[in-house]
Design a protein around this ligand. Structure first.
Ligand code: PLP
Length: 386
């Protein structure tokens, strides 16, 4: 018998998001592709993690997270939304929001179950579904605001539909779902008995008076919603791998068991750092965070407009989808490579976010960068031939 890869290996490809970072490194460019924020982590977060390491908190935590972090997460939701989650049974700390979604899919979906995703989608959502045997079904979004029609959504619901993934604020479109939209989707979920997996990792990155609505707060939604978020973005600690989900105990227990199997636990001292951040940073931190990122968004978007790459102005998160159809190339990858060659700015080709050809004239620019990096990227973008 010859050695061979499993039939599963083809289900998960290397993410285009990572490929562009590799290309960028080769030419020493400015990387606006991957959503890696290079800003400093807040001091209380860093100090508490260091103190935990120095104090010997270096072993496994409980499989669903340290008591301190579970309590801090539940406390934050109670304060912000009025929703009560029991930190003993209804909060699962995982290896990032990515780990929480993976474990939730393993715990709640059967192979062959259909799960609705909204385009443009975050490629890890699609891959997580495929990797766990579920079948993603896509609802198209329409530029420039990437709204979808309820008819399109309804048309995709079949007897096999089990759940939908709701990412607000959304990567890559920056769309912040309105209360009415979430309520309409919630109605549909009640009608058809569907789960909602949310991805609210950008919940604190909301601009221009838009408001992040926590879907689990809508009537009857708590019982069917797996609320997923994390601290990667909020505290600029993407490498720490700290995320979580909140769900009713009957779901959370099974999700936690998969978390135990796959990760054993999230890194214990880093959980301590995240808990300190949630407990010690007040509203000012979150308000200033959004204001800081809005400035970055505005700088990047005005440059993109100036150089003829019209941006869809994001309402939240920290990415901009821009029209790069005027750049030479037959595909979004060729256009992104042209941009990298001409300006040294790396972006993600739009095809990564769509199943059809809609993304071929689009690129995603990430603005989770220090101001100087964005300024340098903008200077370079001005070099584009007009
Ligand atoms: N969800 C979305 C929508 C993202 O854009 C990202 C990172 O880019 C993640 C999840 C990853 O979150 P975590 O680092 O908590 O796994």
């Amino acid at each position: 018998m010859s050695l061979k890869l499993s039939s599963r290996h083809g289900w998960v490809k290397r993410s285009e998001l990572r490929s562009m970072s590799v290309e960028c490194e080769k030419v020493g460019g400015v990387n606006l592709s991957q959503g890696v924020c290079d800003l400093a982590a807040p001091e209380p977060v860093r100090l508490a993690a260091k103190a935990a390491i120095d104090g010997g908190n270096n072993s496994y935590s409980r499989h669903d997270g340290t008591k301190a972090l579970r309590e801090a997460v539940a406390g934050q939701y109670r304060r912000r939304t009025g929703l009560g989650f029991d930190p003993e049974t209804e909060v699962v700390v995982s290896a990032g929001a990515t780990g929480a979604l993976y474990c939730a899919c393993l715990a709640l979906l059967e192979p062959g179950d259909e799960v609705i995703l909204f385009e443009p989608y975050y490629s890890y959502h699609r891959s997580t579904l495929i990797a766990t045997g579920a079948v993603p079904v896509f609802v198209p979004g329409r530029a420039p605001d990437w709204s979808f029609s309820m008819e399109d959504l309804q048309a995709r619901i079949t007897p096999r539909t089990r759940a939908l993934i709701l990412n607000t604020p959304s990567n890559p479109s920056g769309r912040v779902w309105s209360c009415d939209e979430i309520a309409a989707v919630a109605d549909l979920c009640r009608q058809h008995g569907l789960f909602v997996f949310t991805d609210e990792i950008y919940e604190h990155f909301v601009y221009d008076g838009h408001e992040h609505i926590v879907p689990a707060t809508l009537p009857d939604m708590r019982e069917r919603t797996i609320t997923i978020s994390g601290l990667s973005k909020t505290f600029s600690i993407t490498g720490w791998r700290i995320g979580y989900c909140l769900a009713e105990a009957r779901w959370a227990e099974a999700i936690a068991n998969f978390n135990d199997l796959v990760y054993v636990c999230a890194p214990t001292p880093l959980q301590m750092g995240a808990a300190a951040g949630l407990n010690e940073l007040d509203d000012t931190y979150f308000i200033e965070l959004a204001a800081k990122y809005r400035k970055k968004r505005d700088l990047l978007c005005s440059t993109l407009t100036d150089v003829g790459l019209t941006p869809c102005i994001p309402q939240g998160a920290y990415y901009v989808l821009a029209d790069v159809s005027s750049l030479p190339g037959a595909s979004s990858t060729e256009r992104a490579m042209f941009l990298l060659r001409e300006t040294g700015v790396a972006v993600v080709p739009g095809k990564s976010f769509f199943t059809g050809p809609e993304g071929e004239g689009i690129a995603r620019f990430c603005f989770a960068k220090e101001d100087e990096v964005i300024e340098e990227a903008c200077r370079r973008l001005h070099k584009l031939p007009r």
